[in-house]
Design a protein around this ligand. Structure first.
Ligand SMILES: CC(C)(COP(=O)(O)OP(=O)(O)OC[C@H]1O[C@@H](n2cnc3c(N)ncnc32)[C@H](O)[C@@H]1OP(=O)(O)O)[C@@H](O)C(=O)NCCC(=O)NCCS
Length: 227
C-alpha cells in the first residue's frame, strides 16, 4: 500500500494549490452536491499561515488536503475543504488527515469549539470518532464571514430561505467543555441519519424547484439525483 506524508502544509506545498482546487471542484460535480468554491490563492494563503494539513505521496504529489479557519475572534475553528485524490480513497487517508487536523487545532486553539459542515457520510463517521456531534446551525458560529463562504454553493438559496438554521449539509461540533461526555455513535445512528438526510434533501429541494429562473445547473443536478 502507498505510504503518505501527512503534515502541516507550508510554503513548499504552494505549487499543489491548483491541483487541490481542481480536485475539489471535480469531486463536487461528480457527487452532485453543493460546495463552497475555493481558489488557489486562498489555498496558498492557508499554507503560508500554517492553517492547512496536506498529505503527499512518495513522489510528492498531492494526495489529500484540508484547512482550518478561525471565527468569532477564535471562539470557533472550522475544518473545511477535506479532499482525498480519487486514486488514494478508501485506504484511511481522510481519517489520518482529519486526526492530524484535529490534534493540531486542539493544540493551537485549546479552548475553541471545532466544527464543520458536511454532506459526506465518511466525514460524519470520522468526526463522530473524534468526538463531534451533529448540531443545529444555531450552535455554530454566527460570524457573518463564515456563512458568506456558503454563498458560492449551489444550495445557498436553501440556507437563506431557512434563515441560516439548516441546509443540506449537517453541522457537526466538538465542544472541548463536553469532551468527557459519551461520543455520538455514528454506526448506531447512521441509518437514522441517512433517512433524515434523504427527507431533508426532498423537503428542502422541492420548494426551490418552483423558483422561476433557478439555475439550469441546479436543475440538471436535481434531475440526476432524484429522477
Ligand atoms: C470523503 C473523502 C474525503 C473520504 O476519503 P477516504 O480517504 O476515502 O476516507 P477513509 O478511507 O479515511 O474512510 C473513512 C471512513 O469512512 C468510510 N467511508 C468512506 N467513503 C464512504 C462513503 N462514500 N460512504 C460511507 N462511508 C464511507 C470508510 O469506510 C471509513 O470507515 P472505516 O474507518 O470504518 O473503514 C473522499 O471520498 C473525498 O475526497 N470525497 C470528495 C470530497 C468530499 O466529499 N469531501 C468531504 C466534504 S465535507
Amino acid at each position: 500500500m502507498e505510504e503518505f506524508k501527512v503534515q502541516v502544509a507550508n510554503e513548499g506545498h504552494k505549487h499543489l494549490a491548483e491541483a487541490i482546487c481542481l480536485e475539489m471542484e471535480e469531486s463536487a460535480k461528480a457527487r452532485g452536491t453543493g460546495i463552497a468554491k475555493r481558489n488557489p490563492d486562498y489555498i496558498r494563503q492557508k499554507m503560508e499561515e500554517g492553517k492547512a494539513i496536506i498529505a503527499t505521496s512518495k513522489s510528492g504529489d498531492f494526495a489529500g488536503f484540508c484547512y482550518l479557519e478561525t471565527w468569532g475572534h477564535g471562539k470557533y475553528v472550522s475544518n473545511s475543504g477535506l479532499i482525498v485524490s480519487p486514486k488514494f480513497r478508501n485506504s484511511g487517508l481522510a481519517t489520518k488527515i482529519k486526526i492530524k487536523a484535529f490534534n493540531y487545532t486542539r493544540k493551537k486553539y485549546p479552548d475553541a469549539k471545532l466544527f464543520g459542515l458536511t454532506t459526506s457520510a465518511a466525514v460524519m463517521k470520522i468526526n463522530s470518532e473524534l468526538g463531534y456531534r451533529p448540531v443545529h446551525f444555531t450552535e455554530l458560529t454566527d460570524d457573518e464571514q463564515f456563512w458568506k463562504g456558503c454563498s458560492s454553493c449551489i444550495n445557498y438559496p436553501i440556507l437563506q430561505s431557512k434563515d441560516r438554521k439548516l441546509c443540506l449539509c449537517t453541522g457537526m461540533l466538538y465542544d472541548p467543555v463536553e469532551k468527557n461526555k459519551k461520543k455520538w455513535d455514528f454506526i448506531k445512528k447512521s441509518k437514522i441519519w441517512d433517512r433524515l438526510q434523504r427527507i431533508k434533501d426532498v423537503v428542502l429541494l422541492r420548494p426551490l424547484k418552483k423558483i422561476e429562473g433557478f439555475s439550469l445547473e441546479f436543475k440538471r443536478l436535481f434531475k440526476l439525483k432524484y429522477q
